[in-house]
Design a protein around this ligand. Sequence first.
Ligand SMILES: NC(=O)c1ccc[n+]([C@@H]2O[C@H](COP(=O)([O-])OP(=O)(O)OC[C@H]3O[C@@H](n4cnc5c(N)ncnc54)[C@H](O)[C@@H]3O)[C@@H](O)[C@H]2O)c1
Ligand SMILES: O=c1ccn([C@@H]2O[C@H](COP(=O)(O)OP(=O)(O)O[C@H]3O[C@H](CO)[C@@H](O)[C@H](O)[C@H]3O)[C@@H](O)[C@H]2O)c(=O)[nH]1
Length: 437
Amino acid sequence: MEVAVIGTGYVGLVTGACLAEKGHRVHCIDIDESRVQQLNNAISPIYEEGIEELLKNGIKRDNLFFTTDYEEGLHQKDIVFLAVGTPESEDGSADLSYLYKASETMAHYINRDITVVIKSTVPVGTGEQIDEKLNSIVKPGVNIRMASNPEFLRQGTAVYDTFHADRIIVGANHPEAKKQLEELYHSFHLPIVVTDIKSAEMIKYTANSFLAMKISFINEIANLSEKLGANIESVTEGIGMDKRIGSSFLNAGIGFGGSCFPKDTKAMVHIAESVEMPLSLIEEVIKVNEKQREVLVDKVRSRFKSLEGLEVAVLGLSFKPNTDDMREAASISIIRKLVQEGVKVTAFDPVAMERAKQVLPEQVNYTDSLEEAIKEKDATLIVTEWNQIKDFPLEKYVELMATPIIMDGRNCFEMKEVQKYEIEYHSIGRKTINNLS
Ligand SMILES: NC(=O)c1ccc[n+]([C@@H]2O[C@H](COP(=O)([O-])OP(=O)(O)OC[C@H]3O[C@@H](n4cnc5c(N)ncnc54)[C@H](O)[C@@H]3O)[C@@H](O)[C@H]2O)c1
Ligand SMILES: O=c1ccn([C@@H]2O[C@H](COP(=O)(O)OP(=O)(O)O[C@H]3O[C@H](CO)[C@@H](O)[C@H](O)[C@H]3O)[C@@H](O)[C@H]2O)c(=O)[nH]1
């Protein structure tokens, strides 16, 4: 089919490249000229496994194009996806200004019947509002078929997730839009759930709120387990085997970050408030998460008499492994607090250091060697569970650090493994190991 995708961020780019891989003819439109130029040279502006291979394939096959020109991108298209950002506004609501701007620009170039699909995460009712807006601009006689197709990919595994999604949600009030989207996704061989537009919009926020709730829930239980001397990993194993609970998304740590959970939970609360139906449970999920971000710094504070002049290594900066995205990364608030309290921070991340430099305090030192990062330090804080960090031998901490004290915010190491070394080891929801002589 003939497809256009507006916005070439994590969602738009991956969607466009995957649809081209399945044989559709796809034009991706973005206002960012340097991004479009890079993409035309098969260089990905985002760090995502497998994406550059798809770009090369699509460009070679001549069915994947990148442009800043809406007219060229929308020419003779059957379906157009809107995949621009919907970031957090100051009041916590979703900022729809990029979506409105993109829709308005697009409307001026639509001259035939077309299905317009919102892929961005948007509050319930946005599809209807955009529909109204488009109809007020397009030429009389041109039919807009509005639809919603929310995205569930995770950063770091975005290409894999697109080809192996648990389900595809198609929200369509118009039978032709439903038919076209089913045809578009036919070759993906994935379950498709068809619903109305408002329910599709609701599904996306509900899924993210539920997943965020699981994380805040297990983090509270982890803090309590730690206090009472229980082990959170045994607890999650024990509850996870109950099929009604399930074991996924129950990794205790220093809370959720990234470009989605923090903003989507806040937007959900805002949506509910706007219809006077407060979501107190989700409000608590957010509060628990904010408190959880403090846990590692609190552990440093209670371990050392004074933080002034302390030399600390921070391992992992991105909000999760396998991405260079720093949006709402726990490392930001942790490092800011440490620096404020006089700690000298040396940071290491396998891919996110360049992006991190734009948001972290200027006092931070960086090194691309994990060994160098921990050398002669008073403590090491583990913030992101990259494989390089998880696989780094524990004996190196003993060998290289001034005192081998590890504060692990992601429970990277098994307790029985740590027990073998002369290390002081603090983690989340588990007993402290103190083998320092
Ligand atoms: N990042 C994720 O993992 C993820 C997953 C599921 C859903 N979502 C949702 O998808 C949407 C997009 O998220 P993202 O992370 O891909 O965003 P992003 O910030 O990575 O990318 C947005 C892109 O849109 C472009 N853009 C902005 N205005 C434009 C315009 N008028 N015309 C053309 N292009 C324009 C920007 O230049 C940018 O390249 C959001 O609503 C987000 O909540 C994101
Ligand atoms: O058991 C867990 C799982 C995740 N996290 C944290 O939660 C955050 C988000 O992780 P993840 O969900 O893997 O990454 P995202 O790329 O943000 O993906 C989420 O947000 C996307 C944007 O809406 C959705 O499309 C995805 O389905 C949803 O998983 C990260 O900070 C993780 O460290 C935990 O602390 N414990």
